[in-house]
Structures are given as C-alpha cells and as structure tokens.
Design a protein around this ligand. Structure first.
Ligand code: FES
Length: 106
C-alpha cells in the first residue's frame, strides 16, 4: 500500500491507501476521489485522468511516454508536471505521493 494525497482544484484533500500495482487513476476512482474521471479505463486514450504531480515527487514518478505525451496535447492547462494518472503504477516508493487535479478534465 502507498498513501497518496489527491488534492482537488478547490483544495479539498483526499488521503487514500492505494494498493501497489494499481494506477494512480484506479486508486482515485476506486476510492471515489472526485476530479479524476478515467473515461477510457486507463488505456491512455482520453486524458480525463490528468493530474499535476507535486514537484517533490516528479523524479519518482518518471517521465511521460510518447503516447501519454500525445494525449496530453489534448488536455487543457498542461504544465511541466502534468501526467496522466493512469500511466503511473503505484509502488512502495510512491508512499506519501502528493498530486493535484486540474480545474476540469474536459
Ligand atoms: S484514463 Fe484515459 S488516458 Fe488515463
């Protein structure tokens, strides 16, 4: 398990335990964290799981794959620390991770 803090655009925090092997998107959806939709189910085909990784954690979450990058081209308000949360698998190393959600996913 890894403790992940999801912070909504309005500042509401949701601290949830996410099982290793799940994606950050699945961890949000399974725990009913609002602000991450995950419309395509994690196939890297919708960009409705867009999040901002806290800068303190970007070195642990890795970098965008080309397919993720091309989906992010369709997302709004993309920043340097933008990621698709379905493309990040939860591991022990991500225990304590903090991420924020954009104002909307569409
Ligand atoms: S859930 Fe569709 S791209 Fe992440």
């Amino acid at each position: 398990m890894a403790k992940v803090t999801y912070i909504e655009f309005n500042g509401a925090e949701h601290v949830v335990d996410v099982a290793e092997g799940l994606s950050l998107m699945e961890g949000a959806v399974q725990n009913m964290v609002p602000g991450i939709d995950g419309d395509c189910g994690g196939a890297c085909a919708c960009a409705t799981c867009h999040v901002y990784i806290d800068p303190a954690w970007t070195s642990k979450t890795g970098t965008r794959e080309p397919m993720e990058q091309s989906m992010l081209d369709f997302a709004s308000e993309v920043k340097e620390n933008s990621r698709l949360s379905c493309q990040i698998k939860v591991t022990k190393e991500l225990d304590g991770l903090v991420l924020r959600m954009p104002e909307n996913q569409y």
